[in-house]
Design a protein around this ligand. Structure first.
Ligand code: ADP
Ligand code: ADP
Ligand code: MG
Length: 544
């Protein structure tokens, strides 16, 4: 038993967990006997951005229901609701006291951005303008529309705009409101780095609004953005679906460092067996790379030249992981399809005889089939202890093996698709946006699985992604896209990491410094001394 349940674990938890001793106190909320229990609450802080870092299913929404005053937490007593007075007693003397007092007096107004923006078209019938007009409580809507680049889709029906557009509309709709407490459940899905930075800046500006006392609470799985965005951080850990613990607030730097280390200092709690570490210096220039494929300059356009892609010829090395970065709408997926053979170039020829395994960006699974049947149809290794350790375990497939493909959530579908791609016997593996829909812990595990697979199989892998930490941890070299989104794109040949990062980040006007203790990359504040110095030196990522 895991310490929560007396009998056999009803949640079928794979790992036996020990309830940390400080949790012997009652939870803040428990849904029912043997049901999910939440320990701790995040602390909204007027004038600042509070982040939550942790996996899904750990009680973040449950906590927000409480902080939004939509549900009085039951303090573990699911039969007799104790009411706000007892909740206040419990939190007296903590950072939450003032907030809970206003909440009890009905003085807190709430604005929120839901996690799954794909659901919005099902709930709203109309165009972008109609959706946003209802939210303009501060008179700032026009500014938000411009800065989030929503103007081009104002008259488009909500059910016809792309995921990235929907995400920006949802962020604008939340930030346009006049509220005391803003809750944004993930801001980065479908957005490129430039768009992520804009959203982060808008949230900070609202927190710093001198005319009002606003608290911002943000859940985010992109660590570089979370680091930039949040002033303080709560780490959430536990066993998804069974119990969740939200720690006391930490500085954002310590919170992320402890999370990466896998060990929470104040809580004295190990949350992962091993640490995640970054290379502080650019990997040594690999002169000995043997080419797996050499390809000529390529061109591909759609329609009447509405979009044109130019690819500079280059070589992909044997056994390397090639990272691919660039804004949305610039031709990254088009290039992946050219290599995978599902599109033909207009100019240039890709005549290599390679077996290619391809995970597309948008995963379409329409046949009703169980996960285990699907995966065992791909590889004979299915179910061997080797396959289980290398693929099933890190991608957490055990609990979904018997489910039908069509019933999977976005994150589950992503993990099955990554597993399916890596299970193929191929020369080149192409993964288009593997971080999409994954929570932070799943990204860490997927990154480790892909990296280990590449090393153990001498496999050559191309990974397109917007998550800088994932790219940093995976890539040996980099291909960079630039151009004008939705009009023309240009891809460089694969480059060394230092050159590639410099080219990519110069385009975005972003520099990174290194955390002194762990060497992890952190985005510099624009115009800070480090930012200006690094730009002068032309060292955007690996500062000396
Ligand atoms: P997160 O926001 O971190 O993804 P949630 O707070 O939504 O997590 O959910 C945490 C756990 O509580 C989940 O396992 C979920 O199934 C369970 N849960 C959520 N709402 C209810 C409810 N009304 N009754 C019982 N269990 C619930
Ligand atoms: P990225 O992966 O970098 O976001 P894509 O390669 O998906 O970019 O798309 C590049 C551009 O080409 C976008 O403007 C997109 O709308 C357009 N595009 C993609 N596929 C098609 C297609 N089949 N027909 C017409 N236009 C397309
Ligand atoms: Mg794409």
């Amino acid at each position: 038993t895991c310490g929560i349940c007396v009998e056999k674990c009803p949640f079928d938890a794979i790992e036996i967990i020990n309830l940390p001793s400080e949790l012997e106190e009652e939870p803040v909320h428990r849904y029912g006997e043997n049901a999910f229990a939440l320990y701790g609450l995040p602390t909204p802080e007027p004038g600042s951005v509070t982040g939550i870092l942790g996996p899904n299913g750990i009680g973040k929404s449950t906590a927000v229901h409480a902080l939004a005053g939509e549900r009085v937490p039951n303090l573990g007593d699911h039969e007799d609701e104790p009411g706000w007075e007892r909740v206040l007693d419990r939190f007296r003397g903590t950072g939450l006291q003032n907030y809970l007092e206003s909440l009890k007096d009905g003085e807190v107004t709430v604005a929120r951005k839901p996690q799954y923006v794909d659901q919005i078209p099902k709930q709203f019938d109309g165009n972008t303008r109609e959706l946003l007009e209802q939210t303009d409580e501060r008179g700032e809507l026009d500014t938000l529309i411009d800065r989030l680049n929503i103007r081009p889709v104002m008259d488009q029906s909500i059910d016809s705009i792309s995921g990235g557009e929907l995400q920006r509309v949802a962020i604008a709709a939340c930030l346009a409101r006049d509220a005391d407490f803003y809750f944004l459940d993930e801001i980065t899905p479908y957005l490129d780095i430039g768009q992520r930075m804009v959203a982060a800046r808008l949230i900070q500006e609202l927190a710093n609004d001198e005319n009002a006392e606003r608290s911002m609470l943000v859940v985010e799985h992109d660590l570089a953005i979370l680091d930039l965005l949040a002033d303080t951080l709560h780490v959430a850990y536990g066993e998804p679906g069974a119990y969740g613990v939200i720690t006391d607030p930490k500085s954002v730097r310590n919170g992320i460092n402890e999370y990466l280390k896998g060990y929470l200092d104040n809580e004295n709690m190990r949350i992962r067996p091993s640490a995640i570490t970054f290379e502080e210096h650019a990997p040594r220039v690999s002169s000995k790379g043997t080419p797996l494929v050499e390809y000529p300059d390529l061109e591909k356009s759609y329609g009447d030249g509405e979009f044109e892609l130019h690819v500079d010829g280059g070589a992909i090395h044997e056994s390397e992981v090639l990272g691919i970065v660039g804004p949305n709408g610039i031709g990254k997926s088009t290039l992946a399809k050219l290599f995978a053979g599902s599109l033909e170039p207009d100019v240039g020829e890709l005549d290599f005889q390679l077996d290619i395994a391809y995970k597309p960006q948008y995963i379409e699974i329409d046949q009703p089939m169980r996960v285990d049947a699907f995966l065992s149809s791909i590889t004979d290794e299915f179910g061997t202890s080797y396959w289980n350790t290398e693929i099933a375990q890190p991608l957490q497939l055990d609990r979904i093996m018997e489910q039908d493909l069509v019933d999977l959530s976005g994150g589950e579908r992503q993990r099955v698709a990554i597993a399916a791609c890596l299970s193929e016997d191929a020369d080149l593996y192409v993964l288009d946006e593997p971080s999409a829909h994954l929570d932070v812990e799943q990204r860490v595990r997927a990154t480790t699985a892909i990296r280990r697979y590449a090393e153990n199989h001498d496999a050559t892998v191309m990974v397109i992604d917007h998550d800088i930490y994932m790219i940093d941890l995976l890539a040996d070299r980099l291909m960079v896209f630039d151009g004008e989104p939705a009009q023309r794109g240009h891809a460089t040949p694969p480059q060394e990491m230092r050159e590639g990062m410099n080219e990519f980040l110069a385009d975005l006007d972003i520099t990174f410094r290194r955390d002194e203790r762990t060497g992890r990359p952190r985005i510099n504040k624009p115009e800070s001394q480090k930012d200006r110095q690094q730009k002068r030196d032309g060292e955007y990522y690996y500062a000396p």
